[in-house]
Design a protein. Structure first.
Length: 203
């Protein structure tokens, strides 16, 4: 991993994902979480401020040392204790059926094998456990989708593998989850990057 991926990308992601408009979406995706929560793609801890009081612990999976270091100030002031339990969402170092809920935000767009990550999340969730997800992805209108396909090769270079054309809802369903509810729409910002899906699915 080069200097750009190790140092620059975490700073860019932290800046983009901490814009004020993102707080509303993070509040929605975190609503209803409880108990011991697995968060895959913990990043710099931007979801911590939105965790409900019912959350008793956060098991964080984050590959970037720079991002997790940036999270420490937020971790220190967070109500639920945060424990870093792994670096790679493709291979979770957790026992089967050991988590009450899971949270994934802006992660399925970047991981090399999103179905593998979701399979691991499903494995560690207890029966009936919920996956809360917030992702950007393939837009429903043809014009924006065309631009997403054109921009995706550059996006993957600039944003360390980020895809613009993945469909989070289809991926979650294909991984064997039951979709309980989903809200989709454009957030404020350039359309190729701002078609969001926020949802809850059940194991």
């Amino acid at each position: 991993m080069g200097l750009y991926q190790r140092v620059v990308v975490p700073r860019l992601v932290d800046w983009a994902c901490s814009l004020p408009l993102m707080s509303v979406w993070r509040e929605r995706v975190c609503a209803g979480l409880l108990g011991e929560v697995l968060e895959v793609g913990f990043g710099s801890g931007l979801n911590l401020a939105h965790y409900p009081a019912a959350v008793t612990r956060v098991d964080a999976v984050e590959p970037s040392e720079a991002s997790f270091a940036r999270a420490q100030r937020r971790v220190t002031h967070a109500t639920p204790p945060v424990v870093r339990v792994g670096l790679d969402g493709h291979h979770l170092e957790l026992a089967d059926e050991s988590c009450d809920a899971a949270l994934i935000t802006f992660t399925l767009c970047t991981v090399s094998d999103p179905l593998r990550v979701l399979a691991e999340v499903r494995r560690v969730l207890r029966p009936g456990g919920q996956l809360h997800f917030l992702e950007h992805g393939l837009a429903p209108d043809a014009r924006t989708a065309r631009w997403q396909r054109r921009l995706e090769p550059l996006e993957r270079v600039i944003a360390d593998g980020c895809h613009l054309t993945r469909d989070a809802v289809s991926l979650v369903r294909a991984a064997g989850f039951e979709i309980l509810g989903v809200e989709q729409g454009y957030a404020k910002g350039p359309k190729p990057w701002s078609y969001f899906s926020v949802g809850v699915a059940r194991r």
